[in-house]
Design a protein around this ligand. Structure first.
Ligand SMILES: C[S@@+](CC[C@H](N)C(=O)[O-])C[C@H]1O[C@@H](n2cnc3c(N)ncnc32)[C@H](O)[C@@H]1O
Length: 280
């Protein structure tokens, strides 16, 4: 080993790591703020992540980092803390059968037709919804809209851009890709961009599902809440589902993720199709 290598090896900073009471406090803080319940198997990752954030801010201990957060309820650091623990896994046309149901449903409904996608992550799901309803109903003067919300501001920023690698857009049927995407050139080579026609149908905003109020002032024909309830405990799931009910127009649909069964959680909803619910 030469000296340069030895130096760089020995000069690696020793990162602080959350342990014991500090780790428990961090897990509780995350749960209070987001509803997310971290499982045992995530604790080691959480301990290291908290260490990285502590180090980045030049603080010495995770305890100091948590105190800094708690003393500054509106600090931008909260966004980084939350983003570090959200799981943003998503895809275009994920659980494809839902989009067949949505297309048929949208065709038969009065316009304006609006959808709320309540955990929109990096945008693949709301753009899939927008393409589906546009294709099903045809161009419509302000008649079709999607409100896309998430707690994770970093994911929302990516979603707003509407730019994806060619690999990410592979699940999109060829005719949709042609109709609704532009292929990047120059610096954007290897990327696909959502056309303004679709991007303008989707309005992104930050929304925390466990916040006491939601900044929404309309009712929806459909709500997509897929692959998100699994991170919350049962009482939180029940509360959120029951808050969806008055936001659905008569006959409106709630779409759930493939492993989520809402009939065990509330009597306010009944199953109408494969992981699709309506008000009971
Ligand atoms: C696994 S992704 C699901 C994305 C998409 N719905 C899908 O099925 O492909 C879960 C999303 O839930 C969001 N999330 C977690 N807690 C949330 C909360 N309290 N309020 C709003 N969104 C939340 C995360 O930021 C993440 O983007």
């Amino acid at each position: 080993m030469n000296d340069a290598v030895a130096n760089s090896f020995f000069s690696q900073p020793v990162l602080p790591k959350a342990e014991g009471e500090d780790l428990t406090r961090a897990v509780q803080t995350l749960r209070r703020r987001t509803g997310i319940v971290l499982g045992e198997h995530k604790l080691d990752m959480a301990a290291r992540t908290l260490g990285l954030h502590t180090h980045r801010l030049g603080l010495n201990t995770v305890r100091e980092y948590l105190s800094m957060l708690e003393q500054n309820p509106s600090s931008a650091e909260w966004d980084r803390f939350v983003s570090a623990f959200t799981i943003n896994h998503t895809a275009f046309f994920r659980e494809q059968h839902h989009f067949k149901t949505l297309a048929q449903f949208a065709r038969g409904r009065d316009k304006p037709f609006s959808v709320w996608c309540c955990a929109s992550s990096t945008g693949e799901e709301p753009y899939t919804i927008a393409m589906t309803i546009h294709d099903a109903c045809g161009p419509s003067e302000s008649g079709l809209s999607v409100i896309a919300t998430d707690i994770d501001t970093q994911a929302i920023a990516l979603a707003r851009k509407g730019v994806y690698t060619l690999d990410r857009v592979k699940p999109i049927p060829a005719e949709f890709l042609k109709k609704y995407f532009l292929r990047g050139t120059g610096k954007q080579a290897g990327m696909a961009m959502v056309k303004p026609l679709i991007r303008n149908m989707v309005e992104f905003q930050e929304l925390n599902l466990v916040a006491p109020t939601w900044p929404l002032n309309q009712k929806f024909d459909a709500i997509f809440c897929r692959n998100t309830m699994i991170y919350f405990d049962k009482p939180t799931q029940t509360q959120i589902l029951e808050r969806f009910v008055p936001l659905l127009k008569p006959g409106g649909l709630l779409f759930a993720g493939h492993s989520e069964n809402f009939t065990y959680i509330t009597k306010a909803l009944r199953l109408q199709g494969q992981t699709v619910y309506t008000v009971a």
